[in-house]
Write a new protein. Structure first.
Length: 276
């Protein structure tokens, strides 16, 4: 079902204050934003201070130039007194059947290599059969829906004991999450970041890590049945989403970083992968 949600706190802060906050977060001056959005600096200043009311089109245009996520653009519209324009659909919605089928084809086509679909807060939406190899030994409590991929990866009862380069991989994931917190201002992501930072790690390294000579990717080195497997990953998103749900989905696909890992994965047979 497609819905247009109304966050309970959306009307508590004026739109000008929210726009100024996003502009400060993006480190864009009033002059640069006014030029990009084709409005006068004076009018933008009046909007931010509450002396002028922006039109719906102006709110949408400013949100686009500030790269505000679609969910938060709806909040800007609500704060300005307008209805949201970006729907939030369920993946089970019939209108998204083509998208759902395409995602499942991508996941199946990537087998036997692992691939997962996650939402904005890193909750597992769907995964292919190859993911079962990575989840071997994970406490079942961590896999209860909605299973959080970052929590499953870094929790001491999750994948962490089998990650050979836990400190390096942890720094990589925390760095990604930190950037997402900055980009979205999502308090739930910020709380998740604080939680993950508190997990034990004997070989912790700084979240901003300087690459060494010859480094070009951060690998996931994973211990499985006495062998060390090595992966690198790619992340895909929808290029032109106009729906909140689609805008917040990403597909992370893992590839073998060496021939030995590829051979193990091709020989690995899982009865079923984690499903939504």
């Amino acid at each position: 079902m497609t819905t247009l949600t109304t966050p309970p706190t959306a009307r508590r802060r004026p739109v000008g204050e929210l726009l100024r906050e996003w502009r400060d977060r993006r480190r864009i001056s009033q002059l640069d934003l006014s030029i990009a959005a084709e409005i006068s600096t004076r009018h933008l200043s009046f909007v931010e201070t509450g002396r002028a009311k922006p039109s719906r089109d102006m709110v949408v245009r400013l949100g686009e130039h500030l790269d505000v996520p679609l969910r938060e653009r709806n909040q800007l519209l609500l704060a300005a007194g307008f209805a949201p324009v970006y729907p939030e659909s369920s993946l089970d919605d019939p209108d998204l059947a083509i998208v759902r089928e395409a995602v499942r084809r991508l996941l199946a086509g990537h087998e036997p290599f692992p691939a997962v679909v996650i939402d904005r807060r890193w909750n597992l939406v769907e995964g292919n059969a190859g993911v079962a190899l990575l989840l071997a030994g994970v406490d079942s409590r961590l896999l209860k829906s909605p299973a959080n991929v970052l929590r499953v990866t870094l929790h001491p009862d999750g994948m962490a004991p089998n990650i050979v380069n836990l400190g390096e991989w942890r720094a990589h994931l925390l760095g990604r999450l930190r950037r997402e917190v900055a980009a979205t201002a999502d308090p739930e992501l910020a709380a998740l970041l604080d939680e993950l930072r508190g997990y034990p790690c004997d070989d912790a390294v700084p979240e901003v890590e300087i690459p060494g000579p010859g480094d070009f990717l951060v690998p996931l080195r994973f211990r499985h049945d006495g062998a060390e497997l090595s992966f690198f990953s790619t992340v895909a998103t929808f290029g032109t989403p106009l729906d909140v749900t689609l805008a917040e989905l990403s597909i992370e696909s893992f590839y073998p970083a060496d021939a030995a890992t590829a051979e193990v994965l091709r020989g690995f047979t899982a009865e079923s992968g984690p499903r939504r």
